[in-house]
Design a protein around this ligand. Structure first.
Ligand code: 5GP
Length: 179
C-alpha cells in the first residue's frame, strides 16, 4: 500500500508519542472523574483503541456512526446518525474522539446532538485538524496534529474503505482517485 502514497506525513512513532501526551492531559483534566469516551466510526477506531490503552481512569466507551448527505468532498452539514449511543449520557462528562476535523460541519452537528442529551460537559478530542478548511467555528479541546489541506489515509482513515489498516498517516497519490 505504501506505493500509493506521495509521502508519509506522520509515522507510527510520531502518532504514538503524541497520543501519550494527549492521554496525560486528559488524565490530569479528568482525575477522579468517570468520563464517557465516544468514538465516531469508522475513522476513529484505531485512534480510540490506542488512546484508551494509555488512559488510566475509570471510564466508559461508546461509539456512534454518522454519514453525511451528499458526496464526501462537499459535506453539506446534514448528518444522518446510522448508529446511536448505547448508553445514557445525562449528567456525564463526555469526550468525543474523532479522527480528523475538516470543515467541522459533521462535528458541529454531532456536538449539538450530544449537548441536547444533557451531559455535564462535552469536549472534543481529534487526532488531526485541517484548520484551513474550516467552515464553522469549532475548536478542539485536545488535538494531535495540524495538517495541510491534503487528502490523507491510514491509521483508521480510508479512501473508498481502503488504507484504514496502515499504521501511519500518508498523503494519497492523486492518480489513485482517478482510477
Ligand atoms: P467535516 O464535516 O469536518 O468536513 O468532515 C470530517 C470527515 O470528513 C472526517 O470524519 C472524515 O471522514 C472525512 N475527511 C475529511 N478530510 C479527510 C481526509 O483527508 N482523509 C480522509 N480519509 N477523510 C477525510
Amino acid at each position: 500500500m505504501t506505493k500509493d502514497m506521495v509521502e508519509v506525513l506522520l509515522t507510527a512513532e510520531e502518532i504514538s508519542s503524541k497520543i501519550s501526551e494527549i492521554a496525560e492531559r486528559i488524565m490530569n483534566d479528568y482525575a477522579g472523574k468517570n468520563p464517557v469516551f465516544i468514538g465516531v466510526l469508522k475513522g476513529s477506531f484505531v485512534f480510540m483503541a490506542d488512546l484508551m490503552r494509555k488512559i488510566n481512569l475509570y471510564c466508559d466507551i461508546d461509539f456512534m456512526a454518522v454519514s453525511s448527505y451528499g458526496n464526501k468532498s462537499e459535506t453539506t452539514g446534514a448528518v444522518k446518525i446510522t448508529k446511536d449511543l448505547e448508553q445514557d449520557i445525562e449528567n456525564r462528562d463526555v469526550i468525543v474522539v474523532e479522527d480528523i476535523l475538516d470543515s467541522g460541519l459533521t462535528l458541529n452537528y454531532l456536538m449539538g446532538y450530544l449537548k441536547s442529551r444533557k451531559p455535564l460537559s462535552v469536549r472534543l478530542c481529534t487526532l488531526l485538524d485541517k484548520p484551513a478548511r474550516r467552515k464553522v467555528s469549532i475548536i478542539p479541546d485536545y488535538k494531535g496534529f495540524d495538517i495541510p489541506d491534503a487528502f490523507v489515509v491510514g491509521y483508521g482513515l480510508d479512501y473508498a474503505e481502503r488504507y484504514r489498516n496502515l499504521p501511519y498517516i500518508g498523503v494519497l497519490k492523486p492518480e489513485i482517485y482517478k482510477e
